[in-house]
Design a binder for this molecule. Structure first.
Ligand SMILES: [Zn+2]
Length: 249
């Protein structure tokens, strides 16, 4: 067996400690389309868990963690327009297929659709990624396209431009996922401009206050956003213990 693999990061390899990880909520939209199979994603929630797990291994290098706010399955709007618009080079048409449901503004919104002209596209309002994305494999690249494309578009959301070094996350169309020190700094600075992106240390303290005041539901919600951080720390041990105790009730 050859090919690309992503070795799991251990705490020792991450340059960031728990308190400094920035936690970025993401809402995933699985677009359905009764009339147009090309719009209808066949991904399911288990795929999203797997994809996000790999996204978070890529972004752990920057001390950035994407937490799943929710997964929504939504029927696409204006399915009648798809055939006419799919060939357009200006990709703004894809936004017509938002469902009527409002997008939340305190998370990044990522839509999965079956098929369109590029692997993925970033707009300030939303990211679109297609199920059928394919990439040029490079040495030490990521082992599947969807986490790489999702990670790349989230890089744009955090202000990163393209950098055409094939092993880099921000190269176009490759499986590379490296981030330079400069990109790490820039992405973290950009994350700091969103008031809804907070350091794990701040969230942990907030959850602790809720917990101490008996506001268990609020505490557990925050703990859930922290539970999958890809490292070990005393804070995370407490997070996991409290989640386990909370789930047992
Ligand atoms: Zn790009």
């Amino acid at each position: 067996m050859t090919g690309c693999s992503l070795s799991p990061l251990s705490a020792a390899e991450s340059a960031f400690v728990f308190a400094d990880f920035l936690v970025v909520p993401v809402r995933i939209h699985l677009l359905s389309a009764k009339e147009v199979p090309a719009l209808h994603t066949t991904l399911v929630e288990a795929d999203i868990q797997r994809i996000l797990g790999k996204v978070n291994k890529v972004w752990a290098a920057a001390g950035i963690h994407f937490s799943l706010e929710s997964v929504q399955r939504e029927e696409a709007a204006r399915q009648d327009l798809y055939d006419k618009e799919v060939a357009k080079t200006d990709l703004a048409w894809v936004k017509r297929h938002y469902s009527e449901k409002p997008r939340i503004t305190n998370a990044f919104n990522v839509y999965y659709i079956k098929q369109f002209g590029v692997n993925g596209v970033y707009f300030p309002e939303a990211i679109f990624v297609k199920d059928t994305a394919s990439l040029r494999k490079v040495e030490n690249g990521l082992d599947e396209p969807l986490p790489r494309v999702t990670s790349h578009e989230l890089g744009h959301a955090l202000s990163l431009p393209h950098r055409q070094n094939v092993t880099n996350l921000m190269a176009s169309g490759t499986s590379g996922f490296a981030l330079s020190a400069d990109e790490i700094q820039r992405a973290r600075a950009a994350a700091g401009n969103f008031r809804w992106i907070k350091p794990a240390g701040t969230l942990f303290a907030e959850a602790g206050r809720h917990f101490d005041q008996g506001q268990k539901a609020e505490a557990l919600k925050i703990y859930q956003s922290l539970a999958l951080l890809p490292l070990d720390s005393p804070e995370l041990t407490q997070v996991r213990q409290r989640l386990k105790a909370g789930a047992g009730r």
